[in-house]
Design a binder for this molecule. Sequence first.
Ligand code: HDL
Ligand code: ZN
Length: 422
Amino acid sequence: MSNTIYTQYNTLELCEAVENIVRETPITDMHTHLYAPDFGELLLFGIDELLTYHYLIAEFFRMSETSYDDFWALDKTAQADAIWQCLFIENSPISEACRGVLTVLDQLGLDPTSRDLNAYRAYFAAQDPSDFIDTVYETANLASTVMTNDPFDDLERPIWESGYEGDSRFHAALRIDPLLNDWTHSCERLKGWGYDVEPGLNERTLAEIRRFLDEWMCRMNALYMAVSLPPEFAFPEDSPRAKIIEHCILPVARKHNKPFAMMIGVTRQVNPRLRLAGDSLGKSSVAPVEALCAKFPQNKFMVTMLTREDQHELTVTTRKFRNLLLFGCWWFLNNPSLIEEMTRMRIELLGPSIMPQHSDARVLDQVIYKWSHSRHIIAKVLCDKYTDLVETGWEVQHGEMKRDIERMLGGNFWRFVDLELS
Ligand code: HDL
Ligand code: ZN
């Protein structure tokens, strides 16, 4: 395979090479909800966590007559039993989230045909969390993942404050939704932590918010700051959110030369009775992304948007700004049909300068299916794109494809994190 040349006359060999490279390239998973073992109960893994993933809970309530209250009164094992019976036995598990559970079982060497939940439970119960992380990373071929780390989370904050020293398999991202989306309540919490802040966002308060952000960026050695934003997100805007972004988030991001990640289009808790499964989406505007990238050329922005309808405009906007990194097929877009459509469009408009995917995994084992399924689709799209390329007469070297694919599966993210904007 050394440095084979691919032309229009050996495209079958080209596509086989693309599939091998995509499969064999270790991935940096740039947005997850996973945790290192030191975070204790926050690290989720195993069949009961897989089955009670909020994606499956939403699907369960559509096909079961169980009442919300009756379901939530069950313990996790009983919830998993109910979901398994409803979505896998009484109905075929053809949704992406259900299929994913079976991909995990299959790739961990368990037998999906047995349909024996207790046998699966026994396997996971026998796993040591830290060793199992290595097993899962090896199965999914992950180099590392980026966590979502929230200093406003009362379970997580004490772990950082007690001197958590890190785990090379997990990087940190400073998530600050409460600060930007609920300033009134967050102001009280910062005050309780000793920051001299008041609701009115005067200069002293803005300085203290910068101190808070700076301290957590250092404590976490965070690769980026991140926030999820509603469809109505606007910038510029006369609002606490816009003021904190301009006068706190962006200056601290510049000081650390780290990106600010905006995840736009989520409408929280449209059905609170679904709890974590109760969030939805809305068509958003790309205008604030354009305004921020244009006004702050010294800042780096990572953006993903939640509706299919926003993808083309966001992709074109990404063409306009070198300080903007487009990433992932987020949440309700993380399905084969949409991953393929988005990846084709993005490569046609942006070439190999994108980060096509992140897993968003909440349960450790999910990275196995989320990446197995996405690798298959990314390889399929790249096979077509490199075939289109060689049909122009251009020759592609194996090493050049490997270079491109390594960038799209991690290198572009790391380059952007370290990028110095002149
Ligand atoms: O806000 C986010 O980061 C989202 O990814 C939510 O956590 C969502 O619940 C999720 O897990 N999506 O996959
Ligand atoms: Zn997420």
